[in-house]
Design a protein around this ligand. Structure first.
Ligand code: SF4
Ligand code: SF4
Length: 276
């Protein structure tokens, strides 16, 4: 279904430059198509031209406008349901200069992937999103922590984290891998089948929390390794000075037993000291 902007729009303008099809216009501004001007569809708020919206099929695996909207008001238009085939055909029509291969990005393919849900019991039934499927700002693939060579702890890839969900209807608990926890994806409670839609706000909060944890973890390891490096340097310097001191003492002792420049008393062949 085409994407639409609801009356909750605060006119921030963040979505307009994100659209690969220039389908978003400011309220009151005429929209153009093949050089022809058309009357604005909305006045007070930004609006999306359905004839130009491909739900970002062909360009992204999510709706770019929904991904940046701070108030989650870019949503699927329930009155305009369109297939992936139709949308990629529209993308081709809008961009005749572009060749879309068979592996073009599409929210349909992302949502259609099997979405494993970890639950205490029953099998979850993930399904194609019925909500905006905009997606993550580069789920900023959290950086792997620098782990000390001999340290046994390490973090798994951020996408492997299980995001816990508490069903609002039956209050049952289940979890889903973060890699599938994307804006617009719908999860179904394995206990009562109530749906849970990942909104832009929820996604951002979860991603921010995970990113923050990885950042703290990485910082802690970096600081620990730096501290250990400094301690090792200090220890080596201390040992070096001790070694030098020891050499000096040894030299002094040796010099005391046989002071340089002082001749030994000469012994006769019979072992007596010769006098005179
Ligand atoms: S869903 Fe994509 S193509 Fe449609 S208006 Fe939003 S950014 Fe543009
Ligand atoms: S990003 Fe959202 S709030 Fe901002 S102009 Fe677009 S639709 Fe309106």
């Amino acid at each position: 279904m085409a994407t639409m902007i609801t009356s909750e729009c605060i006119n921030c303008g963040a979505c307009e430059p994100e659209c690969p099809n220039t389908a978003i216009y400011q309220g009151g501004v005429e929209w153009d198509f093949n050089g022809a001007k058309n009357p604005a569809i909305a006045d007070g708020i930004f609006y999306i031209v359905p004839e130009k919206c491909t739900e970002c099929v062909g360009f992204y695996d999510h709706e770019a406008c929904a991904a940046v909207c701070p108030v989650d008001c870019c949503i699927p238009n329930p009155d305009i349901v369109e297939s992936e085939a139709l949308l990629i055909a529209r993308a081709q029509q809008l961009h005749p200069e572009t060749t879309f291969g068979n592996d073009f990005p599409s929210r349909f393919r992302t949502e259609g992937a099997a979405v494993p849900v970890t639950a205490p019991a029953a099998t979850a039934a993930p399904a194609p999103a019925a909500a905006p499927a905009a997606a993550p700002q580069a789920a900023s693939a959290p950086v792997a922590a620098p782990v000390a060579e001999t340290f046994s702890l390490s973090l798994p890839d951020a996408n492997e984290w299980e995001v816990p969900i508490n069903c609002s209807r039956c209050e049952g608990d289940y979890s889903v891998p973060f890699q599938y926890f994307r804006i617009g994806v719908v999860f179904y409670c394995p206990h009562c089948t109530a749906s849970f839609v990942v909104t832009s706000t929820i996604y951002k909060n979860v991603a921010k929390t995970i990113d923050g944890f990885y950042a703290r973890w990485t910082k802690a390891f970096t600081e620990f390794q730096e501290k250990r490096r400094r301690e090792l340097e200090e220890f080596e310097e201390k040992q070096r000075q001790e070694l030098e001191g020891f050499s000096a003492v040894l030299k002094k002792i040796a010099a005391g037993a046989n002071p340089p420049g002082r001749s030994h008393p000469r012994l006769s062949m019979f072992g007596f000291q010769r006098v005179g």
